[in-house]
Design a protein around this ligand. Structure first.
Ligand SMILES: Cc1cc2nc3c(=O)[nH]c(=O)nc-3n(C[C@H](O)[C@H](O)[C@H](O)COP(=O)(O)O)c2cc1C
Length: 211
């Protein structure tokens, strides 16, 4: 491995100043995702979600943001590794990164399950194939073969026949309610802008962090 620094194109990101940011960081988060979507970036709502279970081992994976209100809503299997982690320790962190515009957002907060009615409504909006796979897949469990999974999918397809597919109780949404949100804009010479909101009660405070 070469010890010399690889040539990197300098970060061309525009400046990010305190005055540019909405005083509500969730509104700012929404604006950054909209910007990524309007720029045509792939998967603008994909975030890396980190959890820590009862054994204090951090674990991270991508999930898709499906709603943004008082928190960040995503859907998954409650029996998955992340679901088990969140049952033991209902806190999480998430990261968005859009390399094309040199922007990153980091979020930390507590986790709540969304209301059953919210999970039902989202599940009902999904394509039938996705609904059936939520039944067929015991997410994160060991599978002896791919064929077993495909057979399970066929079995559930037959079981529900032409009827609508109900939501499995083991599948639903979580809401990550932030108490820390950091907006990062890449700048030349690694003199990046980092603006961090932290929440005390209902109030958000804004700080600039050293890059
Ligand atoms: C871009 C992308 C988006 C994903 N979105 C979701 C999602 O919204 N929900 C989900 O359960 N898994 C999603 N996955 C799969 C997860 O990354 C992961 O493999 C799965 O949830 C099992 O994780 P766990 O074993 O840590 O629980 C996504 C993967 C990628 C690459």
């Amino acid at each position: 491995m070469s010890t010399s620094e690889p040539t990197r194109s300098p970060y061309e990101g525009v400046a990010l100043s305190e005055e540019d940011l909405n005083s509500d960081p969730l509104a700012e988060l929404r604006a950054w995702i909209e910007r990524a979507r309007n720029d045509g970036l792939p998967e603008p709502g994909a975030m890396c979600l980190a959890t820590v279970g009862g054994e204090a081992q951090p674990s991270a994976r991508m999930v898709l943001l499906r709603g943004l209100d008082s928190g960040l809503v995503f859907f998954t299997s409650y029996g998955s590794r992340k679901g088990r982690d969140l049952a033991a320790n209902p806190r999480a962190a998430a990261v968005f990164y859009w390399p094309q515009i040199q922007r990153q957002i980091r979020i930390e907060g507590r986790i709540e399950q969304v209301a059953e009615s919210e999970s039902d409504a989202y599940f009902a909006s999904r394509p039938r194939g996705h609904q059936l796979s939520a039944w067929a897949s015991e997410q994160s469990d060991i599978l002896d073969s791919r064929e077993i999974l495909e057979r399970r999918l066929e079995d559930f397809d037959l079981r529900f026949g032409g009827q609508s597919v109900p939501r499995p109780h083991s599948w639903g949404g979580y809401r990550l309610i932030p108490h820390r949100i950091e907006f990062w804009q890449g700048r030349v010479n690694r003199m990046h802008d980092r603006l961090e909101f932290t929440r005390t009660g209902a109030e958000w405070q804004l700080h600039r962090l050293s890059p």
